[in-house]
Design a binder for this molecule. Structure first.
Ligand code: GLU
Length: 320
């Protein structure tokens, strides 16, 4: 079974979802990273990007905010590109943890296995895998260049966020040494942690994240630049990781209610991928208890429901 939806339906659903979620004042900014606590809480943006490059965007879509854990998606793609999806599975894993993003238990419970590049432990491990090994300058360039190909434009480091996060990341430091103890780091531990912290501190716009989501939905070709960012075989792999752990311990609830493989960050960003159809991103700083943006979740769920979309639906939806 299949059905068609029009661009106008998508644009109207996005605008309706943005308008509905804008009045939701629930949640609080992330408080454990001082910079994030001070970002204006009322900011809000929603952007949908289609595989042919058409963009529907609303609100504060040019505001540079901390990418935080959404960066894990980009660097997981890079590791799969540089090694292979199978090597990432072997060295890190692709399992749900069912635990908070910063959980040390996830390392212990998974039999010394970081379990997935999309939680902190696995993301630090992923940064350790990035080539050229032993070369922090070259590794950072590879991480940023990969993001440029996914976004179609440059992210920019928010120095104050980087300092703020580096000064307070005690939990991530302890996880790094635990990973080292279990032979799950493939490069220098503190260098790997620093790369992870720096990538989380990159400033991005909602439009850029939506372009990354659309690139994944489009099998690796960036719809804005027309260039291939990664081989097509990586798309289903990264989408499966997003669907299994993108919302940490609330991923099951999220998939049940939205039907959209997505990844959140404590900077307030969420990216979602509907394979073959569209990429969506939303940003708003106030988070729920699990660290997921309240308005971004509400807007994306509303968008999906209005259009009757969802990856588990039996009816295939195509663009008219
Ligand atoms: N940089 C944050 C941390 O490591 C990212 C957490 C998140 O966005 O979920 O705590």
């Amino acid at each position: 079974m299949s059905r068609l939806i029009t661009r106008q339906e998508i644009a109207e659903a996005a605008e309706g979802a943005y308008t509905m979620a804008r009045v939701d004042n629930g949640g609080h900014n992330a408080h454990y990273i001082p910079y994030l606590a001070n970002v204006p809480s009322d900011l809000f943006a929603l952007t949908v990007t289609l595989p042919d490059g058409e963009v529907f965007s609303f609100g504060d879509d040019a505001y540079l905010f901390g990418i935080e854990s959404v960066s894990k998606v980009a660097t997981a793609i890079l590791a799969m590109k540089q090694w292979s999806p199978e090597m990432v599975l072997r060295k890190i894993g692709a399992d749900a943890t069912g635990l908070p993003f910063s959980s040390i238990f996830s390392i212990l419970l998974e039999n010394d296995h970081p379990s997935t590049p999309l939680v902190n432990a696995g993301a630090i491990s992923t940064c350790s895998m990035v080539k050229p090994l032993g070369n922090p300058v070259g590794k950072w360039k590879a991480i940023v260049d990969n993001m440029v190909s996914l976004f179609g434009s440059e992210p920019s480091l928010i120095d104050e966020l980087y300092r703020s996060e580096s000064d307070t990341n005690y939990n991530n430091r302890s996880m790094t040494w635990l990973l080292k103890k279990h032979d799950r780091l493939y490069d220098d531990p503190m260098m790997s942690l620093d790369l992870y912290t720096r990538q989380c501190s990159l400033g991005v716009t909602c439009r850029q994240l939506s372009a990354m989501a659309a690139t994944i939905a489009n099998g690796g070709v960036n719809p804005l630049t027309g260039e291939r960012a990664f081989p097509e075989e990586i798309s289903p792999k990264i989408i499966s990781m997003m669907a299994s752990v993108g919302f940490y311990q609330h991923t099951g609830d999220w998939m049940f209610s939205s039907g959209l493989p997505a990844k959140t960050g404590v900077g307030g960003g969420i990216v979602g991928v509907l394979p073959g159809l569209l990429g969506i991103a939303a940003f708003s700083p106030r988070l729920d208890q699990a660290g997921n943006s309240v308005r971004a979740q509400a807007a994306i769920k509303q968008f999906m429901q209005t259009l009757g979309l969802g990856i588990y639906n039996s009816t295939q939806v195509e663009l008219a």
